[in-house]
Design a protein around this ligand. Structure first.
Ligand code: PGA
Length: 273
Protein backbone atom coordinates (compact mmCIF):
# COMPACT_ATOMS: atom_id res chain seq x y z
CA UNK A 1 0.00 0.00 0.00
CA UNK A 2 2.81 2.42 -0.89
CA UNK A 3 0.35 5.11 -2.01
CA UNK A 4 -1.11 5.37 1.49
CA UNK A 5 2.22 6.64 2.74
CA UNK A 6 2.25 9.34 0.08
CA UNK A 7 0.72 12.11 2.16
CA UNK A 8 1.34 15.79 1.62
CA UNK A 9 2.05 17.85 4.70
CA UNK A 10 -0.70 20.32 5.54
CA UNK A 11 0.46 23.85 6.15
CA UNK A 12 -0.49 27.47 6.01
CA UNK A 13 -0.45 29.13 2.58
CA UNK A 14 2.15 31.59 3.88
CA UNK A 15 4.83 28.94 4.34
CA UNK A 16 7.14 27.46 1.73
CA UNK A 17 5.30 24.69 -0.16
CA UNK A 18 6.34 21.15 0.75
CA UNK A 19 5.26 19.43 -2.43
CA UNK A 20 7.39 16.39 -3.20
CA UNK A 21 9.51 16.34 -6.33
CA UNK A 22 8.33 13.60 -8.68
CA UNK A 23 10.01 12.08 -11.72
CA UNK A 24 7.77 9.79 -13.75
CA UNK A 25 9.00 7.78 -16.71
CA UNK A 26 6.52 7.06 -19.48
CA UNK A 27 7.87 4.07 -21.40
CA UNK A 28 4.95 4.21 -23.85
CA UNK A 29 4.90 1.04 -26.06
CA UNK A 30 8.57 0.21 -25.59
CA UNK A 31 10.56 -2.60 -23.93
CA UNK A 32 9.94 -6.31 -23.75
CA UNK A 33 10.26 -8.21 -20.47
CA UNK A 34 14.03 -8.63 -20.60
CA UNK A 35 14.62 -4.96 -21.50
CA UNK A 36 12.21 -3.88 -18.76
CA UNK A 37 13.94 -5.87 -16.03
CA UNK A 38 17.37 -4.67 -17.18
CA UNK A 39 16.31 -1.00 -17.33
CA UNK A 40 14.61 -1.17 -13.93
CA UNK A 41 17.62 -2.75 -12.26
CA UNK A 42 19.92 -0.20 -13.95
CA UNK A 43 17.80 2.61 -12.49
CA UNK A 44 17.57 1.01 -9.04
CA UNK A 45 21.29 0.39 -8.81
CA UNK A 46 22.33 3.94 -9.79
CA UNK A 47 19.58 6.28 -8.61
CA UNK A 48 19.78 7.92 -5.22
CA UNK A 49 16.49 9.76 -5.23
CA UNK A 50 16.49 11.15 -1.69
CA UNK A 51 12.94 12.36 -1.10
CA UNK A 52 12.16 12.58 -4.82
CA UNK A 53 9.49 10.07 -5.84
CA UNK A 54 10.17 8.00 -8.92
CA UNK A 55 7.34 6.41 -10.87
CA UNK A 56 7.88 3.95 -13.73
CA UNK A 57 4.82 3.94 -16.02
CA UNK A 58 5.16 0.77 -18.02
CA UNK A 59 3.08 -1.21 -20.55
CA UNK A 60 0.41 -3.51 -19.10
CA UNK A 61 2.21 -6.89 -19.46
CA UNK A 62 5.24 -5.46 -17.62
CA UNK A 63 3.37 -4.02 -14.64
CA UNK A 64 3.55 -7.06 -12.40
CA UNK A 65 7.24 -7.87 -12.94
CA UNK A 66 8.31 -4.21 -12.64
CA UNK A 67 6.11 -3.56 -9.58
CA UNK A 68 7.61 -6.69 -8.00
CA UNK A 69 11.13 -5.51 -8.80
CA UNK A 70 10.41 -2.12 -7.20
CA UNK A 71 9.18 -3.69 -3.96
CA UNK A 72 11.48 -2.93 -1.04
CA UNK A 73 12.79 0.25 -2.72
CA UNK A 74 11.21 3.17 -0.88
CA UNK A 75 10.39 6.13 -3.10
CA UNK A 76 9.94 4.00 -6.25
CA UNK A 77 6.44 3.33 -7.55
CA UNK A 78 4.92 1.50 -10.49
CA UNK A 79 2.44 3.27 -12.77
CA UNK A 80 0.13 2.13 -15.57
CA UNK A 81 -0.46 4.01 -18.81
CA UNK A 82 -4.11 3.18 -19.19
CA UNK A 83 -7.20 2.19 -17.18
CA UNK A 84 -10.82 1.50 -18.10
CA UNK A 85 -13.58 3.61 -16.60
CA UNK A 86 -15.83 0.68 -15.65
CA UNK A 87 -15.25 -1.53 -12.65
CA UNK A 88 -15.30 -4.80 -14.61
CA UNK A 89 -17.21 -6.64 -17.30
CA UNK A 90 -17.35 -7.46 -21.01
CA UNK A 91 -14.70 -5.04 -22.30
CA UNK A 92 -12.33 -7.26 -24.26
CA UNK A 93 -8.74 -6.10 -24.10
CA UNK A 94 -9.23 -3.56 -21.32
CA UNK A 95 -7.67 -3.28 -17.87
CA UNK A 96 -9.53 -2.35 -14.68
CA UNK A 97 -8.35 -0.17 -11.81
CA UNK A 98 -8.70 -2.98 -9.28
CA UNK A 99 -6.59 -5.31 -11.47
CA UNK A 100 -3.89 -2.65 -11.49
CA UNK A 101 -4.02 -2.29 -7.71
CA UNK A 102 -3.89 -6.07 -7.31
CA UNK A 103 -0.51 -6.29 -9.08
CA UNK A 104 1.11 -3.48 -7.08
CA UNK A 105 0.38 -0.44 -9.26
CA UNK A 106 0.06 2.90 -7.44
CA UNK A 107 -0.33 5.45 -10.26
CA UNK A 108 -1.96 5.67 -13.66
CA UNK A 109 -1.48 8.16 -16.51
CA UNK A 110 -4.82 9.61 -17.63
CA UNK A 111 -5.38 12.11 -20.44
CA UNK A 112 -2.06 11.74 -22.23
CA UNK A 113 -2.23 13.58 -25.56
CA UNK A 114 -1.49 10.34 -27.44
CA UNK A 115 -4.60 8.77 -25.86
CA UNK A 116 -6.60 11.91 -26.64
CA UNK A 117 -5.40 12.14 -30.27
CA UNK A 118 -4.88 8.53 -31.35
CA UNK A 119 -7.60 6.84 -29.31
CA UNK A 120 -10.20 9.62 -29.26
CA UNK A 121 -10.33 9.95 -25.46
CA UNK A 122 -12.43 13.00 -24.63
CA UNK A 123 -12.80 14.98 -21.42
CA UNK A 124 -15.96 13.23 -20.20
CA UNK A 125 -14.30 9.83 -20.59
CA UNK A 126 -11.19 11.13 -18.82
CA UNK A 127 -13.39 12.38 -15.97
CA UNK A 128 -14.90 8.90 -15.62
CA UNK A 129 -11.47 7.21 -15.71
CA UNK A 130 -10.13 9.64 -13.11
CA UNK A 131 -13.04 8.96 -10.75
CA UNK A 132 -12.71 5.20 -11.19
CA UNK A 133 -8.97 5.27 -10.58
CA UNK A 134 -9.38 7.33 -7.39
CA UNK A 135 -12.19 5.12 -6.11
CA UNK A 136 -9.84 2.12 -6.43
CA UNK A 137 -6.93 3.78 -4.66
CA UNK A 138 -4.89 4.59 -7.78
CA UNK A 139 -3.38 8.05 -8.03
CA UNK A 140 -3.97 9.65 -11.44
CA UNK A 141 -1.13 11.40 -13.25
CA UNK A 142 -3.48 13.66 -15.18
CA UNK A 143 -2.06 15.16 -18.39
CA UNK A 144 -3.11 18.42 -20.01
CA UNK A 145 -1.59 20.63 -22.68
CA UNK A 146 -2.23 22.57 -25.84
CA UNK A 147 -1.42 21.85 -29.51
CA UNK A 148 0.88 24.21 -31.42
CA UNK A 149 -1.83 26.18 -33.23
CA UNK A 150 -3.50 26.98 -29.91
CA UNK A 151 -0.24 28.26 -28.44
CA UNK A 152 0.43 30.25 -31.63
CA UNK A 153 -2.96 31.94 -31.16
CA UNK A 154 -2.15 32.62 -27.49
CA UNK A 155 -5.02 30.40 -26.35
CA UNK A 156 -2.90 27.95 -24.31
CA UNK A 157 -4.03 28.95 -20.84
CA UNK A 158 -7.72 28.97 -21.80
CA UNK A 159 -7.27 25.57 -23.49
CA UNK A 160 -5.74 23.96 -20.39
CA UNK A 161 -8.35 25.60 -18.15
CA UNK A 162 -11.08 23.99 -20.26
CA UNK A 163 -9.38 20.57 -20.04
CA UNK A 164 -9.08 20.73 -16.25
CA UNK A 165 -12.58 22.09 -15.71
CA UNK A 166 -14.15 19.43 -17.92
CA UNK A 167 -12.23 16.44 -16.58
CA UNK A 168 -11.34 17.24 -12.97
CA UNK A 169 -13.42 19.92 -11.37
CA UNK A 170 -16.25 17.53 -10.49
CA UNK A 171 -13.90 15.91 -7.96
CA UNK A 172 -14.06 16.52 -4.21
CA UNK A 173 -11.19 18.37 -2.49
CA UNK A 174 -10.04 15.06 -0.98
CA UNK A 175 -9.89 13.52 -4.45
CA UNK A 176 -8.08 16.48 -6.01
CA UNK A 177 -5.45 16.27 -3.28
CA UNK A 178 -4.60 12.74 -4.50
CA UNK A 179 -3.80 13.93 -8.03
CA UNK A 180 -0.57 14.66 -9.80
CA UNK A 181 -0.99 16.97 -12.79
CA UNK A 182 1.35 16.90 -15.78
CA UNK A 183 1.49 19.86 -18.16
CA UNK A 184 2.60 18.47 -21.50
CA UNK A 185 2.43 20.90 -24.43
CA UNK A 186 1.59 18.66 -27.39
CA UNK A 187 4.16 20.41 -29.60
CA UNK A 188 6.95 19.45 -27.17
CA UNK A 189 6.20 15.72 -26.88
CA UNK A 190 8.76 13.56 -28.66
CA UNK A 191 9.85 16.51 -30.82
CA UNK A 192 13.02 17.54 -29.01
CA UNK A 193 11.45 20.98 -28.62
CA UNK A 194 11.09 21.75 -24.90
CA UNK A 195 8.96 24.57 -23.56
CA UNK A 196 11.16 27.33 -22.22
CA UNK A 197 11.51 27.61 -18.45
CA UNK A 198 9.39 30.74 -18.64
CA UNK A 199 6.64 29.03 -20.68
CA UNK A 200 6.56 26.09 -18.26
CA UNK A 201 6.49 28.27 -15.15
CA UNK A 202 3.78 30.53 -16.60
CA UNK A 203 1.50 27.58 -17.29
CA UNK A 204 2.24 25.77 -14.02
CA UNK A 205 1.44 28.90 -12.02
CA UNK A 206 -1.75 29.33 -14.05
CA UNK A 207 -2.77 25.72 -13.35
CA UNK A 208 -2.15 26.21 -9.63
CA UNK A 209 -4.25 29.36 -9.79
CA UNK A 210 -7.08 27.45 -11.50
CA UNK A 211 -7.03 24.81 -8.75
CA UNK A 212 -6.89 27.54 -6.10
CA UNK A 213 -9.88 29.28 -7.68
CA UNK A 214 -11.98 26.15 -7.34
CA UNK A 215 -10.55 24.43 -4.24
CA UNK A 216 -8.64 27.11 -2.32
CA UNK A 217 -5.00 28.16 -2.20
CA UNK A 218 -3.93 25.74 0.52
CA UNK A 219 -5.01 22.69 -1.41
CA UNK A 220 -3.54 24.07 -4.67
CA UNK A 221 -0.17 24.60 -3.00
CA UNK A 222 0.07 20.88 -2.32
CA UNK A 223 -0.80 19.50 -5.77
CA UNK A 224 2.36 18.45 -7.62
CA UNK A 225 2.49 19.77 -11.19
CA UNK A 226 5.01 18.04 -13.49
CA UNK A 227 6.30 19.26 -16.84
CA UNK A 228 6.44 16.82 -19.75
CA UNK A 229 7.74 17.19 -23.30
CA UNK A 230 11.30 16.37 -24.37
CA UNK A 231 12.78 16.62 -20.87
CA UNK A 232 16.47 15.67 -20.99
CA UNK A 233 19.37 15.60 -18.53
CA UNK A 234 20.43 18.92 -20.09
CA UNK A 235 17.08 20.73 -19.71
CA UNK A 236 16.04 19.28 -16.34
CA UNK A 237 18.28 21.18 -13.86
CA UNK A 238 17.07 24.69 -14.85
CA UNK A 239 13.51 23.57 -15.44
CA UNK A 240 13.22 22.10 -11.95
CA UNK A 241 14.31 25.36 -10.33
CA UNK A 242 11.07 27.00 -11.50
CA UNK A 243 8.92 27.50 -8.41
CA UNK A 244 5.81 25.74 -9.72
CA UNK A 245 7.56 22.93 -11.60
CA UNK A 246 7.54 19.93 -9.28
CA UNK A 247 9.33 17.45 -11.51
CA UNK A 248 8.86 15.81 -14.88
CA UNK A 249 6.95 13.27 -16.91
CA UNK A 250 9.69 11.87 -19.11
CA UNK A 251 9.19 9.86 -22.31
CA UNK A 252 12.22 9.22 -24.53
CA UNK A 253 14.82 9.92 -21.85
CA UNK A 254 13.18 7.42 -19.47
CA UNK A 255 14.26 4.55 -21.74
CA UNK A 256 17.96 5.02 -20.97
CA UNK A 257 18.98 4.36 -17.37
CA UNK A 258 21.79 6.95 -17.39
CA UNK A 259 19.57 9.75 -18.73
CA UNK A 260 16.68 8.92 -16.43
CA UNK A 261 18.92 8.70 -13.37
CA UNK A 262 20.47 12.08 -14.27
CA UNK A 263 16.97 13.59 -14.40
CA UNK A 264 16.10 12.04 -11.02
CA UNK A 265 19.26 13.56 -9.56
CA UNK A 266 18.40 16.97 -11.07
CA UNK A 267 15.09 16.85 -9.16
CA UNK A 268 16.77 15.68 -5.98
CA UNK A 269 19.17 18.64 -6.19
CA UNK A 270 16.26 21.09 -5.84
CA UNK A 271 14.18 19.20 -3.26
CA UNK A 272 12.59 21.36 -0.57
CA UNK A 273 14.60 21.03 2.63
P1 PGA B 1 8.95 12.87 -24.41
O1 PGA B 1 7.52 12.30 -23.98
O2 PGA B 1 9.74 13.12 -23.16
O3 PGA B 1 9.54 11.80 -25.27
O4 PGA B 1 8.69 14.14 -25.16
C1 PGA B 1 6.84 12.81 -22.85
C2 PGA B 1 5.48 12.17 -22.72
O5 PGA B 1 4.85 11.89 -23.75
O6 PGA B 1 5.00 11.93 -21.60
Amino acid sequence: MAWLTYLYPRKSVNTVPMRPKIIAGNWKMNNNLEDALGLTSGILSRAQPGNTRVILCVPSPLLYPVATQLQGHPGFFCGAQQVHQEEKGAFTGEVSASMLRSVGVDYVIIGHSERRQLFGEKNDLLAAKTSRALASGLRPLFCCGEPLHVRAANGHIRHVARQLKAALFQLSPEEISQLVIAYEPVWAIGTGQTASNHQAQEMHAAIRQMIAGKYGAQLAENVPILYGGSVTPASAPELFTQPDVDGGLVGGASLKADDFVAIIHAAKAVEPC
